[in-house]
Design a binder for this molecule. Structure first.
Ligand SMILES: Cc1ncc(COP(=O)(O)O)c(C=O)c1O
Ligand SMILES: N[C@@H](CCCC[NH3+])C(=O)O
Length: 429
């Protein structure tokens, strides 16, 4: 079991989150419940910033908001004075409604619609990260028609395969994202952008994937981006002001995961950049999971139990794949504890089943726990990234509420969906 657990116990054996008793939160707001320790989020952002400062690199941290995109998190990012990236009109809308400054927003996406591009231009987003040729022409038309100018970057596919789940790889040549460097698409895109008087090209971007542990892929990417910049300079007389290296820094979900600190990542990237380039551009990164993942917990109430003699036991909880699709989609592993029995000995091994009508709805296999009874609170750890943001209403289960805790105070930041919410969009026939 992860070392962290000892730090989280209160004297009565309850799991504490951000100075608040998690069982009190479960009672107050109901379960399933996402809980975020906001101080952890702030600390992680600051560790990226500190690492850049230590290495004396001009930089920008841009939170990849797909990991968790609700108004309150954009407000925390505003307080921490970082940028954010969005990948849809919906994320952009949420950020703007939260009062997040549009000039600090980067707009990503491999199939942005004309309407989304127009929305980004009208709201003066900081930079549009162009992903394909259709988008260049759509944006060009919009800018001409509205007589506006915008900063852009080009998303490149650098031909680097990260060591992670296939669904989490994005930098390999055979990827749906970005302009391919190898075949010359990237150069062609740059020519088009340079020729457009309404587009100001800020730099180049690449993202190799998500939940990556080694530094090797990032170091390779840094080197490759400088090579690309040099070829752009010699052939098109263009040198980027910014190189954006994307996100993807891995976190520890279980003891098998060995994450690298922000300091190690940034230092190794910085060393490589300085080795291969005298005039290092401003470096941007886009961490999502590493900023919000470890700060998140999901609290569930334990319900029914099925013991199959000689085989195994299933403990069911009141949530599952609807609030955390990651185990079903990527075979992702998690750790969990019984929040009201932190001081009790582990006594048995069980599978944690969700309540959705799918055999694949198993949140954790072979979890070692104390003896439990219905009504005990199970806390799954490190669920802050890609949990709520990928939540769904399968089986017409309402989506769970989200609570932020900090300095011993709790605040509901997303209310629980009601049954009435579920039929809000339905018409009669
Ligand atoms: C372009 C881009 N930037 C940043 C991220 C964030 O990745 P992560 O949450 O792994 O840091 C992603 C997701 O993979 C991405 O596609
Ligand atoms: N949703 C993925 C990460 C996607 C990253 C975006 N390209 C996960 O939970 O691991």
């Amino acid at each position: 079991m992860k070392m962290i657990i000892d730090e989280l116990k209160s004297s009565n054996g309850h799991l504490m989150i951000g100075g608040v008793d998690s069982t009190v939160l479960a009672k107050k707001y109901g379960t399933p419940l996402y809980v975020f320790d906001v101080e952890k989020i702030r600390k992680q952002i600051r560790s990226f910033k500190t690492a850049f400062e230590k290495n004396q690199l001009k930089n920008q941290v841009s939170y990849a908001s797909k990991a968790f995109a609700v108004k309150a998190i954009y407000q925390v990012m505003k307080q921490e004075d970082v940028h954010v990236d969005v990948v849809s009109g919906g994320e952009l809308y949420t950020a703007l409604q939260a009062g997040f400054p549009s000039e600090k927003i980067s707009f990503h996406g491999n199939n942005k619609s004309a309407a989304e591009l127009k929305m980004a231009v009208e709201n003066h987003v900081g930079v549009i990260i162009l992903d394909n040729f259709l988008e260049i022409s759509l944006l060009s038309q919009i800018l001409k028609a509205t007589e506006q100018k915008v900063k852009v970057m080009l998303r490149l596919t650098p031909g680097i395969s990260a060591h992670t789940h296939k669904y989490d790889q994005t930098g390999q040549t055979d990827s749906k994202f970005g302009f391919d460097v190898e075949s010359g698409q990237a150069k062609q895109a740059l020519k088009l952008v340079l020729a457009d008087p309404n587009m100001e090209i800020l730099g180049i971007h690449a993202h190799i994937g998500s939940q990556i542990f080694g530094t090797q892929g990032f170091v390779l990417l840094a080197k490759k981006m400088i090579e690309i910049a040099k070829s752009f300079q010699s052939e098109l007389n263009y040198w980027p002001e910014v190189i954006n290296l994307g996100g993807g820094f891995g976190i520890s979900y279980t003891d098998d995961d060995d994450p690298i600190t922000a300091d190690t990542f940034i230092t190794q990237i910085s060393d490589e950049l300085k080795k291969v380039c005298q005039n290092v551009p401003e470096i941007w990164i886009e961490p999502g999971r590493s900023i919000v993942g470890p700060a998140g917990y999901t609290l569930y109430s334990i319900g029914s139990r099925k013991d199959i003699p000689g085989l195994t036991s299933y403990l069911s909880v009141d949530g599952g794949m609807g609030d955390n699709i990651r185990p079903a989609l990527y075979q992702a592993k998690y750790e969990a504890v019984v929040a009201n029995k932190m001081d009790q000995e582990n006594q048995e091994t069980v599978h944690i089943a969700g309540k959705y009508c799918e055999s694949g709805d198993i949140l954790i296999e072979n979890l070692v726990l104390p003896k439990t009874k219905p009504g005990d609170i199970l806390a799954v750890l490190d669920t802050g990234a890609y949990g709520y943001s990928m939540a769904m209403n399968y089986n017409r289960n309402p989506r769970a509420a989200v609570v932020f805790v900090e300095n011993g105070q709790d605040k509901l930041v997303v209310r629980r969906e009601t049954y009435a919410d579920l039929i809000k969009l339905d018409g009669d026939y």
